[in-house]
Every structure is written in C-alpha cells, then in structure tokens.
Write a protein that binds this ligand. Structure first.
Ligand SMILES: Nc1ncnc2c1ncn2[C@@H]1O[C@H](COP(=O)(O)OP(=O)(O)OP(=O)(O)O)[C@@H](O)[C@H]1O
Ligand SMILES: [Mg+2]
Length: 268
C-alpha cells in the first residue's frame, strides 16, 4: 500500500456526470486533503450541487467518466450509505422534510448506524468494537447541541417539519457533528441564515474542522468565508473548475463578479 502521506484523502479526477442524458459535470478535477478547507463557488446552474450529489452517491446521476477516490479507494460503486459509513458527509442545499420522525430519533438511528458500522469495521481489523448505547448517544447529542448553541427542545421536534430555514441548516450541522465525518461537503449551508445563525453555524463548523477532516464548502458569498476560512477556492462554471486560488480569489470574485470568466468559459 502507498504511504498514507502520499495518498490524497479525497480525489476527484476527470469526473463527468449526467442527469436524464444531459451532461452537467464535464471533467471535474479536485483534491481535498486532511485538514484542508476548500470553497467551491460559481454561478447558478454551474453544477456545484450536482457535484455534491454525485459525491454522496445520489442515484439520479450517472457518472459517465472519471473517478472519485477516498483514501485511495474508488467509491463510485459504493451505495450512499456505505460512503457515509466510510466518513463522507453531505449537508444538502434543500434538506428534506420527514414528517413524524423526531430530530432525536432520526439522529439516533443515523448516527448509531454509522458509528456501529465503523466499530464493526475496526473490530474486523483487530480493534475494539464499541457499540454506542442510547445513553451514550444522548450524552453525545447534548454535548454537540451545546457546541452549536441549540436549545434542548430542538431535539424533540419533528425533523425539518416547520423548521425555519436557519434551523434546518443547524440541524444539518448537528448531524455532521454527531457523525464526525472525515470528508464533509456543505452545500450552501449559509443560505437563509441570519447574521447570528451564520456565526453559530460557522463556529460549529470551525469547531468540527481539524487536522483529520477535509471540507468542501459550496457557497455564493464571501461573508461565509469570513467565518470559515478556506485554504483553497475553486470556481466552477459550466460543469468544470475554471479557476483556482487561495482565499483572495473569493474576494476578487466579490468585487468583479463572474462576467470576465463567463466570457471566457461560455456554455458549449
Ligand atoms: N433533474 C434534472 N434534469 C435536467 N437538468 C437538471 C436536473 N437537475 C439539475 N439539472 C441542471 O443541472 C445544472 C446544474 O445544476 P446544479 O443544481 O448543480 O447547479 P448549482 O451550481 O448548484 O446552482 P445554484 O448555485 O443555483 O445552487 C442546471 O442547469 C440544472 O438545471
Ligand atoms: Mg446548488
């Protein structure tokens, strides 16, 4: 096996993907290493959410070319839940409503499932298999809710039903905090957040980020990047990454908009 310091954590290579025979992603290359925060920007309809869905394994999208490797392992053939168990997490741009399922129950199922599967995998490799008990789950949930400054009552509410836009986003971050993924993809987690909520969510994300975690943050606005500082910024246009740089690129975009890039990378 290759030295782990040389294997990129998350590597997207020449990724092409279609939906209903329409090609949306036209050769995306992007590598995220442990401890790195990457921002993905780009105009509406450029393919950012499509990329997020394809990475998470959404069945509606067909990958026609290219590869996605996680710790050197091809994940394209894996089902979404298997990817999640391996440590890939996607926070949706438009979270779904699940009537009748309380937040606490949903999270307990999702988190216990993923954590127990990880424990089993560790046990298979000779490690200790520590299954999570309901009591441990409650303790962990309390701890993470405090970290995200969430009210305890939040946990008993039904998932996303009647949640405000900002509450849905917080719920997604809570789920992320509980799952402790090694690769997190956040699709417009900032949209619809008021200034205080933006800070709380950003603080939460920053508290979770660390040397072991890679992050891909999809956003339209520099203001999120004032809180979550990216190491790299990528601009997507028409299904490809057309420009890359450091945090200064986001500032430049804010000032100039997409017009110059649009002229250069018009739809084909
Ligand atoms: N089911 C579908 N059928 C046909 N086209 C689709 C479908 N889903 C997405 N598309 C198209 O794919 C393109 C990329 O959409 P996507 O949602 O990835 O853009 P985005 O960059 O996330 O945009 P935004 O910034 O508005 O969120 C758009 O032109 C969209 O209309
Ligand atoms: Mg989108």
């Amino acid at each position: 096996m290759a030295d782990s310091t040389e294997t990129p954590m998350f590597e997207i290579e020449n990724l092409h993907a279609s939906i209903e025979d329409k090609e949306i992603l036209k050769g995306v290359n992007l590598t995220v290493n442990r401890g790195e925060i990457h921002a993905l920007m780009g105009p509406n309809g450029s393919g950012k959410s499509t990329l997020a869905y394809v990475l998470a394994g959404h069945p509606a999208y067909e990958v026609t070319e290219g590869s996605i490797r996680f710790n050197g392992e091809d994940i394209l053939e894996m089902e979404p839940d298997e990817r999640a168990r391996k440590g890939v997490f996607l926070a949706f741009q438009y979270p779904t409503v699940i009537p009748g399922v309380s937040m606490a129950n949903f999270l307990r199922m999702a988190v216990t499932n993923v954590r127990n599967a990880r424990a089993e995998a560790a046990a298979a490799e000779g490690g200790a298999a520590q299954k999570m008990t309901p009591r441990e789950f409650r303790r962990l949930m309390k701890e993470k809710m405090a970290l995200l400054k969430m009210d305890d009552a939040f946990a008993t509410r039904y998932l996303n039903e009647g949640f405000s836009g900002g509450e849905k986003k917080r719920a997604e971050i809570l789920q992320m905090a509980l799952l402790e993924p090694s690769m997190a993809i956040l699709d417009e987690t900032d949209s619809g957040l008021d200034i205080d909520a933006l800070r709380v969510v950003s603080d939460g994300v920053n508290a979770l980020a660390g040397p072991e975690m890679g992050m891909l943050v999809i956003t339209h606005y520099q203001r999120l990047l004032n809180h979550i500082k990216p190491d790299f910024v990528h601009i997507m246009m028409n299904g490809r990454i057309v420009q890359e740089g450091g945090p200064e690129l986001a500032l430049e975009l804010e000032a100039k908009g997409y017009e110059t890039l649009r002229a250069e990378f018009a739809a084909d």
